[in-house]
Ligand binder design. Structure first.
Ligand SMILES: [Zn+2]
Ligand SMILES: [Zn+2]
Length: 154
């Protein structure tokens, strides 16, 4: 198990791993004929914002990674693009793109603080968890009230 600080922008718009947070890499490296096969799990904390109520979300993401890194001058090296299959560079392997892809794929595109989050009142912005169940607002503008009436009569 190895700990590394999270790189920048490891996430999507609403949720991601904070920069510098600790990522646990539990990875195995195997030499195969064409290169090095890296497999294992990456775990790290995620922070985000609920898409409905904007509350902070603190969670953990855990993803499995399996990625081949080709040796220079191997057949794989000569028949694939560097974007498709990573390369062993000297003694080094750049794991960041693979980790980034796996983590970003695992994150929800519309994160919620909990599945049934009721969100915010569209009128006043109060969290619907924190107000009585019958929370409502009087329609003050008569024209809108008339429209609302038409709608219910349809
Ligand atoms: Zn929420
Ligand atoms: Zn309200």
């Amino acid at each position: 198990m190895r700990d590394v600080p999270a790189p920048e922008s490891l996430g999507v718009e609403m949720i991601g791993v904070p920069v510098g947070a600790t990522l646990d890499l539990d990875l195995r490296m195997e030499s195969v004929s064409e290169g090095v096969l890296v497999s294992g799990t990456v775990t790290g904390p995620v922070e985000g914002e609920c898409g409905r109520c904007l509350r902070t979300i603190n969670d953990t993401v855990s993803v499995t990674v399996q990625e081949l890194y080709a040796y220079p001058h191997s057949i794989t090296d000569e028949t694939t693009d560097e974007d498709e299959i990573g390369r062993v560079q000297g003694d080094l392997i750049d794991l960041e793109p693979a980790v980034r892809d796996a983590v970003v794929l695992a994150l929800p595109t519309n994160p919620l603080c909990r599945d049934e989050c009721p969100g915010l009142c569209p009128e006043c912005g109060a969290h619907l968890d924190e107000v009585p169940a019958d929370h409502s607002h009087q329609q003050v503008d008569a024209r809108w009230a008339a429209l609302a009436k038409l709608k219910t009569e349809e």
